[in-house]
Design a protein around this ligand. Structure first.
Ligand SMILES: Cc1ncc(COP(=O)(O)O)c(C=O)c1O
Ligand SMILES: N[C@@H](CCCC[NH3+])C(=O)O
Length: 415
């Protein structure tokens, strides 16, 4: 489904003109579509119907309370990587027993809090973490449910910064060492081994690496069964890609059907941790053209959103579609779309053919995942507002940060 469509020459989010959102909330503003998030979540949940499962939204992709609340109401679980994300999920109405706790650097405090609230399971990423979790659980007189994140050593064929399943990556326990690690986990009295987990990378556009990883994990599960270690759930992580330009990633339903076929006859529950594929195309970043600057070599459109608002182009050289909210007729020019930050890397797009005038609104598409969450206050810029559209209604799910808030925690030196 497409949440953002042109109607009468204007781009709409569901039933609301983006120009009306800009007028009411200012720019830059992130705009999300409720219907799109729901449809993407349901694509996973529906394909998993009839078997034990959890669809744990990866909170890192978009941690706005309104978005999390929407997903919690749909029955989603959550994949978290920090105490902060845990508290956000609880504040948004998410259920602790549907949370999986991933991440290579869990602190004792993180573990304590997660045990107190009763998360579904810890995705443990090293032997050292296993020993620490045992200690913390013993101190609390608790038993920690555990999956080991196994690194299956498959090449996800994605950007090197977001590939996580190779043996040289910091994530997980190498598959060759996994049996020994499970053996150790099974000996520890305050741990309960329940699952196997993996996550091989993000923005994958083909099914083969997922199925390759799955086969390796099923082999491991069989070897563990021979050693008397029973596995109840298999967590395949997130990673399914989306269309930013012309990619044709598998649809969640097709992916899950292929996984289910391979599981036939096994008593295993399935867990997924999708982030991007739930929210990326449910969001745009709305920005305004401040200046059109023409130089001998280049035409620049200087917009009011910058790399502090959306870092993907600067960090990964990611291509994101940028469209006019009210397209004009006329002769297009080739613009670099840049922000006001004092860095050459501060761009949202390069060499884009557009017809523009000062004051025009632009929408950066596919910005619902890893957009606002990666924003910063660089150049003392307040972070953008976030608005969720539901049909004809708009909800400001995060107001724009004020300048006073930016230095509220700082102090002058004593006299
Ligand atoms: C452990 C884990 N689970 C889930 C995700 C979500 O990934 P994606 O947004 O690609 O679905 C990530 C991020 O890549 C991750 O590190
Ligand atoms: N932040 C990355 C994805 C990282 C995934 C984290 N596990 C992106 O924007 O594509």
């Amino acid at each position: 489904m497409e949440a953002f469509n042109y109607r009468d020459g204007q781009l709409f989010a569901e039933g609301v003109a983006l120009s009306a959102i800009a007028e009411r909330f200012g720019t830059p503003t992130y705009v999300y579509s409720r219907a799109h998030i729901q449809a993407c979540y349901r694509a996973y949940a529906d394909a998993l119907a009839g078997m034990p499962h959890l669809v744990c939204f990866a909170v890192k992709a978009n941690s706005n309370l309104g978005v999390l609340n929407l997903l919690a109401r749909l029955g989603a679980g959550f994949d978290i990587v920090s105490r902060g994300e845990l508290e956000r999920v609880l504040a948004a109405g998410g259920k602790a027993e549907r949370i999986v706790f991933s991440g290579v650097g869990k602190t004792r405090d993180d573990m304590r809090r997660a045990l107190e609230v009763g998360v579904h399971c810890f995705n443990v990423e090293s032997i050292e973490e296993l020993e620490r979790l045992q200690q913390v659980a013993a101190e609390l007189g608790a038993r920690a449910p555990v999956s080991l994140r196994v690194n299956p050593d498959v090449d996800a064929g994605t950007h090197p910064y977001i590939s996580t399943g190779l043996k040289e990556n910091k994530f997980g326990i190498a598959i060759a060492e996994a049996e020994a690690a499970y053996g150790r986990a099974a000996e520890l009295p305050n741990l309960e081994v329940i699952g196997v987990d993996c996550h091989i990378g993000s923005q994958l556009t083909s099914m083969a690496p997922f199925l390759d990883a799955l086969d390796r994990l099923l082999g491991l599960i069989d070897r563990l069964a021979e050693r008397g270690i029973g596995i109840r759930h298999l967590d395949l992580g997130g990673g399914l890609g989306v269309r930013y330009r012309d990619e044709q990633p598998p649809q969640p339903g097709d992916y899950i059907r292929a996984v289910r076929e391979r599981l036939a006859g096994r008593e295993l529950g399935l867990v997924f941790e999708p982030g991007r594929s739930i929210v990326a195309n449910a969001g745009v970043l709305l920005t305004k053209v401040e200046y059109l600057k023409h130089t001998e070599h280049k035409d620049f459109a200087i917009v009011d959103a910058a790399m502090n608002d959306l870092i993907r182009p600067a960090l990964y050289d990611a291509w994101m579609d940028v469209v006019a909210v009210q397209p004009r007729t006329g002769e297009p020019r080739c613009y670099d779309l840049v922000g006001p930050i004092c860095e050459t890397g501060d761009f949202l797009g390069k060499d884009r053919e557009l017809v523009l005038a000062e004051g025009d609104l632009l929408a950066v598409r596919s910005a619902g995942a890893y957009g606002f969450v990666m924003s910063s206050n660089y150049n003392t810029r307040g972070r953008a507002a976030e608005v969720l559209v539901d049909g004809a209604a708009t909800f400001e799910v995060r107001r724009r940060e004020t300048l006073e808030e930016l230095y509220a925690g700082e102090s002058l030196l004593p006299e």
